[in-house]
Design a protein around this ligand. Sequence first.
Ligand code: GAF
Length: 401
Amino acid sequence: MTEKLAGQEESSAILVRRESQRLREHFQKLYGQEARIFRAPGRVNLIGEHTDYNEGFVMPVAMDLYTWVAAAPREDARVRVYSQNLRERAEMDLQDLNLRLQRHWSAYVLGVATSLRLAGAEIGGANLLVEGKVPMGAGLSSSASVEVAAGYALLESSGLSRSPVELAKICQRAENEFAGARCGIMDQMIACCGRANYALMLDCRTLGFRLLPLFSDAQFVVCNTMVKHDHAAGEYNARRADCETATRILAEQMPEVRALRDVPLADLERYAKLLPEVAYRRSRHVISENARVLAACGALEHGDPESFGRLMRESHRSLKEDYEVSSTELDLLVEIAGGIAGVYGSRMTGGGFGGCTISLVRSGAVDEFQTAVASGYQRATGRKPDIYIVRASDGVREVLE
Ligand code: GAF
């Protein structure tokens, strides 16, 4: 390990210890109990957008931004939660599983408790303190990190365990049924299965995955437009409905089709006239994006950032023109990045309508990239973008420090 890296590891271990100590003390004040500490990461998707709910391929990385949960069991069957971000409390009785759909922060925790019970995990009551460090509405999956951290903490507090894939499914169900977003499985899977230094190449049909080491001489860098995707849930669900319409029509012609994943581009073109124009374009994005993820997997394995970058640029164009989930600010960040030396490619990442871009940058050019993006974006919009250099991290864990 180089001297600089050793120094970084040490300072991050100190920060982790300090953070968990602070949470333990806060928990003691809130509930008068000793807590165990857990954390689950946010994520950034390298490529493969809006493919997960079409049973396709995605390539996310767990980021070193986390939701932290302090937890301890209770004697009764209540789950009590305090959100440090919102300074609000919520609670539920585990005997009552009739939680109704609610667009409220507590759905991400109480929905998971309900979902765990519905999946047969006999969790007991618990006190929780939740503190999210993943920026909200930035497309870095703060919600899945809350769900997974809370779900893992609830299981552990009851002396139970579930496989990472099972926990991911339980959390996805909570988000679909109680938070009202018909999200796919990508975000929960990476929050559960992420691994330091690796990207996850995930098949969203089988939930089988491979861990791929990142480039040794290029870095992924995330730039935040600082525009939240607050009102995106309706648009997201509408995109899903477009894909379902297309799948239904195409399956009438090709009975083996279960999802857009099963449709070759040539067949989409052959039956294009049968589809509403919008559904055709949505399908063209999904089908071509799946092919791009498979190609990107090869580029990563062969240490070929040039090809990876080209695929990222194509992905952005497709998301902007065919899937229509980009925004003026996302397009601007991509355009600025495209004009900077040492940038292989750039694209919006996550659900869209705001949030972040991801760029692949030659290692020696990262400092200059950050300065140029920040000044270019600020000049054009008046907003200062947050910028994160991606450090691929582990999935949900107990913090023992
Ligand atoms: C959101 C969803 F939660 C994911 O499931 C995925 O569909 C993504 O948007 C788009 O790729 O993060």
